[in-house]
Design a protein around this ligand. Structure first.
Ligand code: PMP
Length: 433
């Protein structure tokens, strides 16, 4: 492929889009943090499997056996990719959102959950959810922690909150590995150590981390990890929850149905006796998404083989292109909690003085063929902490437009990764200037 993407070519490099100013241009996809393009290799792997498509765990036929093997191999590949411990389970879900909701539904009684207000809504909202309540619980007690201004403060804030809890109750900390807004890396290992020192468990929202860094469950010492295939260069529809088996094994199945049940018998009193599987299948009722799991595994293999070193160096260089290229544009303000130079993945958000971020993003698309994200990035409390005031989701919620000439209380996000040509980022810098 073009510059910077030799080991990991992606689809969609030749897509052209019309410009309002006339003519057309190749599309610059700079919204990897929402969904990354699909790796050519993942697409090829899916296409190679397609003729052999069969049901999983449901038949003696050759194709069914093949699909079952592929599905279970995918589980092993993901476990290797995450460097899981012996006995850890890998559950295939639909997405990170689904994975964290699954874990929320599997919390033990009286569990207390600790979560920074800076989290993506997928990590912020499931814990006291109606879903958990439906399972006969009131939902966990949730403690929201204030946005920290350094990684060290994040650890201190967590330690302080955990020290004040009732040590007899089970507790879970949920933390992101890399912010979907600022791209900043969080001190996951230190937060995990703090959680464990206080008898709590920890789940890592790795939706933005797995596409950029090797994640080792063992080294980080986290209890669970959640991520989405569509941010990891695989197509939509499959995600992962991996980690400790005990809470998952002891919980009611996330969905009730075939595949999750080992034995079902009617009782004389009209009820039904069910024995559920103890394995990951317990939470995978219904016909499994074998293509999705295969695609996720293929992406894991491709990234592991290419190594994250080259990818990280490429992203570093693109971050520098943006920062250096806009350093003298005083109207552009980048958003960060931990400081402009904090280590981050290839995700940058900013506001522009005198501009409504939604209009700004629309202009990048219409005039330059550049696709970025604008809005509040499903992290409203974080945007409130970063921008002050009450953020407005112009694009998404029909909130009123900012008055002309004012900076709107939402932001623009540019993000990149494998296969991003330098030209796309250079065009972005030119367009913003
Ligand atoms: N957590 C983070 C940090 C994210 O960036 C996202 C997606 N924007 C999610 C969770 C949710 O992922 P999904 O939409 O695939 O469920």
């Amino acid at each position: 492929g073009p510059s910077g993407c030799a080991p990991l070519p992606v689809l969609g490099r030749d897509v052209t889009v019309p410009l309002v100013t006339g003519g057309e241009v190749t599309y610059a996809a700079l919204d990897y943090a929402a969904s990354a393009p699909v790796l050519q290799r993942v697409w090829d792997d899916v296409a190679a499997y397609a003729p052999y498509y069969g049901s999983v765990h449901r038949g003696a036929g050759y194709l069914s056996q093949l699909s079952t093997e592929l599905f279970e191999n995918a589980r092993r590949t993901v476990a290797e990719f995450l460097d899981c411990r012996d006995g850890d389970q890998v559950v295939f879900t639909r997405s990170t959102t689904d994975s964290l909701n699954l874990l929320a539904a599997a919390l033990p009684d009286d569990c207390q959950v600790f979560v920074f207000e800076t989290e993506h809504h997928a990590a912020l909202l499931p814990w006291g959810s109606p879903h958990a309540a439906r399972r006969g619980r009131s939902g966990a007690r949730v403690t929201f922690l204030d946005a920290p201004d350094s990684p060290e403060q994040a650890v201190r804030t967590l330690e302080h909150a955990l020290a004040a809890r009732d040590p007899h109750d089970p507790a879970l900390v949920c933390v992101t590995g890399a912010s979907n807004v600022t791209g900043e890396l969080w001190p996951v290992r230190e937060l995990a150590a703090a959680a464990h020192a206080h008898g709590a468990r920890i789940v890592l929202d790795a939706a933005q981390l797995t596409p950029h860094h090797a994640v080792s469950v063992r080294h980080l010492d986290v209890d669970w990890v959640a991520f989405s295939g569509h941010k990891l260069y695989a197509p939509f529809g499959a995600g992962v929850l991996a980690g400790r088996a005990d809470w998952l094994r002891e919980a009611e199945p996330y969905l009730a149905g075939g595949g999750a049940s080992r034995k079902v018998a009617r009782r004389e009193d009209g009820g039904v006796d069910v024995q559920w599987h103890d394995s990951a299948a317990r939470h995978e009722a219904g016909s499994p998404n074998v293509i999705g799991a295969h695609a996720v595994a293929s992406a894991c293999k491709a990234l592991a083989e290419a190594g994250f070193g080259t990818l990280a160096a490429h992203e570093e260089q693109l971050i520098r292109t943006v920062r250096d290229g806009l350093a003298d544009v005083s109207e552009v303000r980048f958003l960060s909690l931990f400081g402009d130079d904090a280590p981050r993945v290839g995700v940058l958000s900013f506001v522009v003085d005198g501009w409504n971020s939604s209009h700004f993003a629309a202009a990048l698309s219409a005039e330059y063929g550049i696709g970025v994200r604008d809005g509040l990035f499903c992290a409203h409390p974080l945007l409130r902490a970063l921008l002050g005031g009450d953020p407005q989701n112009q694009g998404e919620c029909g909130a009123p437009e900012a008055a002309p000439g004012e900076t709107s209380l939402n932001a623009v996000r540019v993000s990149f990764g494998a296969g991003t040509p330098d030209e796309h980022v250079e065009r972005f810098v030119r367009a913003v200037r």
